[in-house]
Design a protein around this ligand. Structure first.
Ligand SMILES: Cc1ncc(COP(=O)(O)O)c(C=O)c1O
Length: 400
């Protein structure tokens, strides 16, 4: 593969540069933050925290929402309240940003990596089922990995890039083998699967409001669930597990994973604009897909019949033999024109940090990692900016 010019995601861009995916602040953000400052509710309790939890849960359709300091913290706590214990295993997509895998390790558990399917690049339900039915044994209501002998306790599908995982076959296996389903919906707020919002398909789910997500609180996360005792436990664990808040008594080890009222104020204002943002993301994706439809060796991410994608991060695959250059060479061309582009994540089964974890055959994820290029797709991307990105790609490729 070609070598990359230096590239640091999130680094300030030169004048006239087109960033990959930046926040859009155009609603009541200032007004709500001013309210926090005027009322002195700047820290980790306050009316915007309660409202943001309620509004997010309502949007997704769950009964409860628990705000957290980050999406990673949300995943950590979701694993704990769902009962994942040290030395158990969690089936997780290998093609993902590393956070869900790290969260599994924070809980003392181990990941089992499941490959991506080639059509929509999400967790492959067929490979997941094959692992469970051929690679595990089922005895006394417990599933055990035949290779590691650890108990498999949960499945964590990650809805990457704003597109849902094909969840029905995953739920069938989960119900049959008594596995909890924890959705990492951090990249897919507003997407739906057969009409059900991501985040309300499994037993518990997590969102992130990091700066590059579809809505942002600067940094933040949310756990959503219909399970009241899990929601209560999540609130308890994220707020230092206070059993007697007056006497400061604690029966369990808790965490300071709270979202501040200031951040939640930002979140409330952003949530009010989410549907407009999704419409913008879908329009941007449509323009790219149309522009690339006659190009040889360029395959844009597809939307499945079962899906409503929010197209969080617009991504294409570059087939080097047919396009005439590989993904890294194309990214270099874009970066040299001051246009941010980036690859997808190293598949997690290849991460040295998670050496020793069991993985199914993950060859699809490895190919996707070699071929994928994510393109600028901020909600506020202008037609002129998008035209510059398209021109750069079209000039470097061939039409059919
Ligand atoms: C798939 C996935 N899971 C988890 C996270 C973690 O979220 P945060 O950065 O808010 O901790 C992110 C993004 O950052 C993500 O893309």
């Amino acid at each position: 593969m070609s070598r990359m010019v230096s590239f640091e995601p999130g680094a300030p861009m030169e004048e006239g540069g087109i960033p990959l995916c930046v926040p859009e602040i155009r609603g009541k953000e200032w007004e709500y933050i001013k309210h926090c400052l005027d009322t002195n509710f700047v820290s980790s309790v306050g009316p915007f925290v309660d409202r943001f939890e309620r509004d997010t849960a309502n949007y997704v359709g769950t009964k409860f929402g628990v705000a957290t300091s980050t999406g990673t913290a949300a995943l950590h706590i979701a694993l704990l309240v769902a009962g994942v214990q040290p030395d158990q295993e969690v089936l997780v997509s290998t093609l993902t940003f590393i956070a869900p895998v790290n969260a599994i390790r924070y809980a003392g558990a181990m990941p089992v990596f499941i490959d991506a399917e080639p059509a929509y690049w999400q967790m492959d339900p067929q490979k997941m089922r094959d692992f469970v039915e051929k690679g595990c044994s089922w005895k006394n209501g417990e599933l055990h990995n035949r290779h590691t002998h650890r108990r498999v306790r949960a499945i964590m599908p990650v809805h990457i890039l704003g597109h849902p995982v094909d969840m029905d076959p995953i739920l069938v296996i989960a119900r049959k083998y008594n596995l909890v389903v924890i959705e990492d919906a951090t990249e897919s707020l507003g997407a739906n699967y057969k009409g059900t919002m991501t985040g309300h398909i499994g037993d518990i789910a997590c969102f992130s409001f990091n700066g590059n997500k579809i809505i942002t609180t600067g940094g933040g996360g949310m756990i959503v669930t219909d399970n009241e005792s899990w929601a209560r436990k999540a609130k308890y664990l994220t707020t230092q597990a206070k059993d007697d808040p007056f006497e400061f008594e604690h029966d369990e080890i808790g965490y300071n994973y709270r979202l501040t009222n200031l951040q939640a104020a930002l979140g409330c204002a952003q949530l009010e604009q989410l549907d407009d943002y999704i419409a913008a993301k879908r329009r941007i994706a449509g323009v790219y897909t149309d522009a690339f439809k006659n190009m040889t060796g360029l395959n844009p991410m597809q939307e499945a019949d079962f899906a409503f994608s929010i197209h969080w991060l617009y991504t294409i695959l570059v087939d080097p033999a047919r396009f005439g250059m590989d993904s890294r060479a194309l990214m270099n061309r874009l970066l040299l024109r001051n246009i941010q582009a980036r690859p997808l994540w190293q598949p997690a089964h290849l991460s040295k940090a998670h050496r020793g974890a069991y993985a199914t055959d993950c060859s699809v994820a490895e190919r996707l990692n070699r071929e994928a290029v994510s393109l600028p797709c901020s909600v506020g991307l202008s037609t002129t900016e998008q035209g510059r990105v398209i021109n750069c790609i079209v000039e470097n490729g061939k039409s059919v």
